[in-house]
Write a protein that binds this ligand. Structure first.
Ligand code: 9MR
Length: 538
């Protein structure tokens, strides 16, 4: 209650593809269609028509109409949609809408690198966590007291999110998604510079030979206690510890390592070989220790990334290792199927099907047929979910609750729809991915673009220790191309609890730096944004 969201006419604040679908969503209590007008930059009417009454939208609680101006195909800037006296925010109609967003979404990873000086004002900063005082990490990082007798050099990689922890489970997923964008479209090797920065870190997280649980991956490395906001990495004085290995981290290292071996096979055979040897060693260690789980309680100074079911991680890693090596024993562990639940850092089972359809020549034909039909069926379901909503979104959670990082459910589901497009070239899939972009960029219940720097009402204040402009005006805002986690029904932080009581799921979001449960960034969310912006740009 009480919050207002500007114009009731909601558009993609960046714009619409000349030949793509073009719709606005309008909050309007009228039960009958109303007139809409498309205005050009001079205010002249370029097109007009009647809305379709979509009705009550369950996720937002809004009564919504749709204006469809897909037939209008004249490129330009400064267009708006008007309904009565209400006017939308301005948008473009353009051929190449998402080229710069793809580049910026990828640059996110550079700005969030650990262990290297960052150049480029206003984001330049010294290298962080190279053991230079006051830093105590990440060159000789001991295990949390009492958990092992060695230390590891785990420099590099990306900071996870608004915190400066580094976590193997989702780090491997994010690297995988960038590498998959390359495997889909090898003409975009720029993703590999970033993926390799993370891969090198992930390889360092493996337990050395001769130690207990040798070959497994440490689950994570982070500060002893949560550092305050802001904290620049180079100023962090906290002790940092390796946390005990987990089977999930080990298998995700195996999955990304196996893919790394393919991706660098020609460019850098020595690195490819190293990736595969780490991956196979990790796999063997996971087989020997199949139920070592990271505890949910290990959430002080860093997130837990807890998971007590790793059948899905075995399956995904098995698919990746089989694709690279052709060894039958890996294929035997590929037991999961893509379902309407999609995938996330915790649920990686569906990724096995994505790997199979990415590399059909490497899998038995019956497996390929089955994976393909599942991808299409799941994508069809997401397209239905998207079309069923007043603010079309391929995410429509069965339990009616928006999850932490809901925007990554949108982007990951859009990736599955995009994969269906790649398999069939049916225009409806591509249109649905473009409409998913509309949701992220302002055609939603909040009139909010969740991507910094893109749209008139874009997120500015994402939860971040480095780019904490809201708390210290001398610091920059998060760089353009950073995706906020998005609405989260759980209201799992004090700022959300204070400001959003009783919110309908799609409105449980606030652009304040303290709201880490709705407004954080994360590597495994931005990797998905890179993937789909590469898709819609191609
Ligand atoms: O993305 C994670 C989400 O699925 C979990 O529900 C949430 C709470 O455990 O943690 C999220 O990951 C955060 C991590 O724990 C710490 N770094 C920031 C991550 C994004 O908010």
């Amino acid at each position: 209650g009480g919050r207002t969201f500007g114009s009731p006419v909601r558009v993609n604040q960046v714009g619409y593809a000349v030949s793509g679908p073009k719709q606005a969503s309008i909050v309007d209590a009228t039960r009958e269609p109303v007139r809409w007008r498309l205005l050009d930059a001079s205010g002249a009417i370029a097109a007009e028509g009647e809305t379709r009454v979509r009705g009550d939208d369950a996720m937002s609680g809004d009564h919504v109409h749709l204006a469809d101006f897909s037939g209008f195909r004249k490129a330009g800037t400064g267009y708006t949609i008007a309904v009565g006296d209400a006017v939308s925010l301005p948008f473009d109609i353009a051929e190449n809408l998402y080229g710069s967003l793809r580049r910026d979404a990828l640059k996110y990873f550079y700005y969030n690198r650990s262990g290297i000086a960052i150049v480029g004002d206003p984001y330049a900063r010294p290298a962080g966590h190279l053991g230079v005082a006051p830093n105590k990490g990440d060159i000789q990082v001991p295990c949390r007291p009492g958990t092992c007798d060695y230390s590891l050099d785990v420099r590099g990689g990306w900071y996870d999110a608004g915190d400066q922890g580094k976590y193997v489970v989702n780090g491997a997923l994010a690297a995988w998604q960038l590498m998959d964008s390359y495997e889909r479209s090898p003409s975009t090797p720029d993703v590999l510079d970033e993926a390799r920065w993370e891969m090198e870190f992930l390889l360092r997280m493996q337990v050395p030979d001769g130690k207990p649980l040798a070959g497994m991956a440490h689950h994570k490395i982070h500060d002893e206690a949560w550092t305050p906001l802001p904290t620049q990495p180079q100023n962090d004085p906290q002790p940092r510890y390796l946390h005990p290995p987990s089977t999930a981290a080990t298998l995700n290292l195996a999955a990304a390592g196996a893919q790394c071996a393919r991706v660098w096979a020609v460019r850098d055979p020595a690195f490819a070989k190293r990736c595969l040897s780490v991956a196979e060693k990790a796999w063997n260690a996971a087989v020997a220790h199949p139920a070592v789980y990271a505890p949910r309680e290990d959430n002080v100074g860093g997130g837990p990334y807890d998971d007590t079911n790793v059948t899905d991680e075995f399956s995904w890693a098995g698919a990746e290792l089989y694709a690279t090596t052709g060894k039958r024993s890996y294929l035997d562990r590929v037991t999961t199927r893509l379902t309407a639940d999609g995938f996330s850092w915790k649920d990686t089972g569906g990724l096995a099907d994505l790997t199979i359809v990415r590399l059909p020549s490497r899998f038995p034909a019956d497996r390929v047929r089955a994976a393909r039909s599942r991808v299409l069926a799941v994508a069809d379901g997401y397209v239905r979910d998207l079309k069923a909503q007043g603010y079309p979104n391929p995410y429509l959670p069965a339990d009616g609750q928006y999850a932490w990082g809901s925007n990554s459910a949108t982007t990951n589901n859009a990736m599955i729809i995009a994969t269906a497009y790649d398999l069939t070239h049916r225009a409806g899939y591509r249109d649905a991915v473009l409409e998913s972009m509309d949701y992220l960029l302002g055609r939603n219940a909040l009139n909010q673009s969740f991507v910094t720097g893109y749209g008139e009402r874009a997120s500015h204040n994402q939860h971040h220790r480095i780019f904490a402009h809201e708390l210290d005006p001398k610091l920059p805002e998060p760089p353009p191309g950073s995706l906020a986690g998005g609405p989260n029904s759980a209201l799992a932080d004090p700022v959300a609890q204070q400001n959003l009581p009783g919110c309908p799921p799609a409105k449980c979001y606030i652009d304040e730096i303290g709201s880490y449960s709705t407004n954080e960034v994360a590597i495994n969310w931005n990797s998905s944004l890179v993937w789909i912006t590469a898709f819609v740009g191609s």
